[in-house]
Design a protein around this ligand. Structure first.
Ligand SMILES: *Cc1c(COP(=O)(O)O)cnc(C)c1O
Length: 390
């Protein structure tokens, strides 16, 4: 079955939905048992049916099953946010005395988890340069390295990492690999097939797709799933049924939305590449961008998020560009139907090393609007910027 077909049909067991097309919201804490024998059967196998709301109802089961099939995983768990999913994976595979390797191109809260929180649990983190290639990782492994965190492409600076090569290195050292696949979604990158042991998505982004929910998802291969599941259950992590319903609804239309995000972003990236105020476009599907060859090998498509480095001016000058935009809005997150734009300075982009580019960085999420309108909006903003810096 092809992915688009799978997306229309997965997670729709009649026993769970009673024939309603998209599994409805089951709001539940308590589920009751008909007899003492039933209670004992449930205690022996809490997974075999309704047990207690935190362990899931058809609302969670449907979404888990749909995602798990799409990823080709052994199991999938849901979390109240993308960040909790990352944290649950780290706490599953690294304990006191362990060491983890974290990409220095990762989403900032993921980096601060490693730099600020993990030391309190006796876990050491080393940040590696996502642009240096898998070979540069080799000397960073220690005897106690348990987990390598990969985010490819980096969600700010868009470096593509060689996941199969990183996985080979990690597995040779007895470490697991976590791939944050939020940018590509399960449709455009099969991270488990490429060697990741666990793949995480902020469903907040493209899977939800409408900027109206916060949720995380982690799927694991057969070797990693039992410990991930046990840790996630013991930490009490779950996702709310209303959010599961929204995410499952979003998932059904993911293929069509992604195509439109992809086309719009490519059109804007190509236009920006020819603009005199733009020094560099960071979009892995554009031929001269870093990691393009690995991107072509490992990904089936690109999505709506990319960045540009401006040729002149400073972060402090960006108000002229940003304040009067009519369609692009400033806001954290991305993956919704609406276009967003965010300015970053070098200090915000890395934890341990300096981001190399001179100019300020603009991160752009291309929504589902018509690219011509978006280009006109950016063109006017860049004109104001040029006038502002003289
Ligand atoms: C947004 C994001 C997260 C975190 O997701 P939340 O749901 O906001 O916690 C993790 N990784 C990446 C790459 C993201 O963009």
């Amino acid at each position: 079955m092809k992915d688009n077909t799978r997306l229309a049909h997965s997670g729709r067991r009649k026993a769970w939905s009673h024939g309603i097309v998209n599994t409805p919201v089951y709001r539940a804490s308590t589920c009751t048992f008909d007899s003492f024998a039933d209670l004992r059967r449930a205690l022996d196998a809490p997974d075999s049916g309704l047990f207690y709301g935190r362990l899931g109802t058809p609302s969670q089961w449907s979404l888990r099953e749909a995602i798990c099939e799409l990823e080709g995983g052994a199991g999938t768990w849901l979390y109240p946010s993308g960040m909790t999913a990352v944290a649950a994976v780290v706490l599953s595979f690294a304990g006191a005395g362990a060491h983890v390797l974290m990409t220095d191109g990762a989403y900032e809260p993921g980096r601060t988890l490693c730099s600020d929180l993990l030391p309190r649990f006796g876990i050491d983190a080393t940040f590696y340069d996502p642009a240096a290639g898998a070979g540069a990782l080799q000397p960073l492994f220690r005897d106690n390295t348990r987990l390598v965190l990969v985010e490819s492409p980096s969600s700010m600076t868009l470096e593509v990492q060689d996941l199969p090569a990183i996985a080979r290195l990690a597995h040779a050292r007895g470490a697991r690999v976590l791939a944050d696949n939020t940018w590509a979604t399960p449709l455009y990158c099969r991270a488990l097939d490429l060697g990741a042991d666990i793949v995480v998505h902020a469903a907040t982004k493209y899977i939800g797709g409408h900027s109206d929910l916060v949720m995380g998802i982690a799927s694991a291969n057969a070797a990693a799933w039992p410990l991930l599941k046990e840790t996630s259950v013991k930490l009490g992590l779950t996702a709310a049924p209303d959010d599961c319903w929204l995410a499952l609804r979003g998932l059904r239309t993911l293929p069509g939305r992604l195509k439109q995000h992809e086309q719009g972003a490519l059109e804007l990236a190509r236009w920006l590449a020819g603009h005199p105020e733009v020094a560099q476009v960071l979009h892995p599907a554009i031929a001269d961008c870093p990691g393009h060859d690995v991107f072509c090998r490992d990904f089936r498509g690109s999505t709506g998020l990319f960045s540009v480095v401006l040729a002149r001016g400073r972060y402090e000058d960006m108000g002229a560009l940003l304040d009067d935009l009519e369609l692009f809005q400033m806001g954290f997150s991305w993956g919704g139907f609406e276009s967003l734009i965010m300015p970053y300075n070098a200090a915000q982009l890395r934890s341990e090393r300096r981001w190399a580019a001179q100019g300020p960085l603009l991160r752009i999420h291309v929504g589902l609007e018509d690219p011509e309108d978006l280009i006109a909006d950016l063109a006017a903003g860049l004109d104001r910027y040029r006038a502002g810096i003289g």
